[in-house]
Design a protein around this ligand. Structure first.
Ligand code: ZN
Length: 264
């Protein structure tokens, strides 16, 4: 059949022209992003070329969607990891702060305990230094103050005698300074201390002197050993309390010791 084009009759567009127009339309839709994942079967059937183009675009869009989802998921995972890490960090910081606070409190308690112990030690030391002692521990008076007898040049005992076997430890009754240490005539080897309260104490008939003039002595500190040197009938300690370092300024040694809290 001959292909005759009728003149004067409205000419329909050729099939090729229609195909091209539809393909262009699909391309235009794809460009604007309106094309969905499901391409119209009518469009695909209308033109193989258009269908091929449409399918390709659909795949590209589908791939883009998957990639976007993956990126979203990755971003979400990263955010989650960051949140977990931040939470762990905050918890670790809180734990570290709690530990540091506990350590500070423990140190404060320890410091307080040390200070309390030091205060107690200072108080005990003050009490020890301020307290008075018997010149011979555990001893007792054998001859009282001002008792009469031929033995004493003044006719009266200027101190008291404490029972003490030879070599017994003789201690300072209180804290003071040595003002005399040596031979004292009738007193034999004797020591005189100026006490911190301004009074004086004297220790006679010693077998041994353990201190020297100018030396500071603590209360209860050994200053010599008892004996029977000088005008003595046997081992004992002659003890005097005085208002001055000199013989004759004596006062009642028992009252003196008792006034300083010593039981005698
Ligand atoms: Zn005596």
């Amino acid at each position: 059949m001959a292909f005759i084009r009728a003149t004067g009759k409205h000419r329909a567009p050729s099939r090729l022209t229609r195909k091209s127009a539809k393909a262009a339309g699909i391309a235009a839709l794809a460009t604007t992003g309106v094309l969905g994942a499901t391409a119209s079967p009518a469009l695909a059937a209308d033109s193989e070329a258009a269908a091929a183009t449409g399918t390709g675009l659909t795949q590209t869009v589908a791939l883009d969607t998957t990639l976007a989802a993956q990126i979203d998921a990755q971003a979400e995972a990263q955010q989650h990891q960051a949140d977990v890490a931040a939470k762990a960090k905050a918890e670790a910081k809180a734990r570290a702060e709690a530990k540091a606070e506990a350590k500070r409190k423990a140190e404060a308690r320890a410091a307080e305990a040390r200070e309390e112990k030091a205060r107690a030690a200072r108080a005990a030391e003050r009490a020890r230094l301020n307290s008075f002692h018997l010149p011979v521990a555990g001893s007792h008076v054998t001859t009282g103050y001002q008792s009469g007898g031929a033995l004493w040049s003044s006719g009266s005992h200027s101190g008291v005698d404490f029972q003490a076997a030879s070599g017994s430890s003789v201690v300072a009754v209180g804290a003071g300074t040595v003002v005399e240490a040596g031979w004292g005539g009738a007193y034999g080897n004797n020591i005189v201390l100026r006490m911190n309260d301004g009074t004086y104490t004297q220790y006679g008939h010693l077998s041994s002197i353990g201190v020297s003039v100018g030396q500071s002595v603590g209360s209860g500190e050994q200053i010599g050993l008892s004996g029977s040197t000088g005008n003595s009938t046997g081992p004992h300690l002659h003890f005097e309390a005085r208002t001055t370092p000199e013989y004759g300024s004596d006062m009642d040694p028992v009252a003196y010791l008792r006034a300083h809290g010593v039981q005698v």
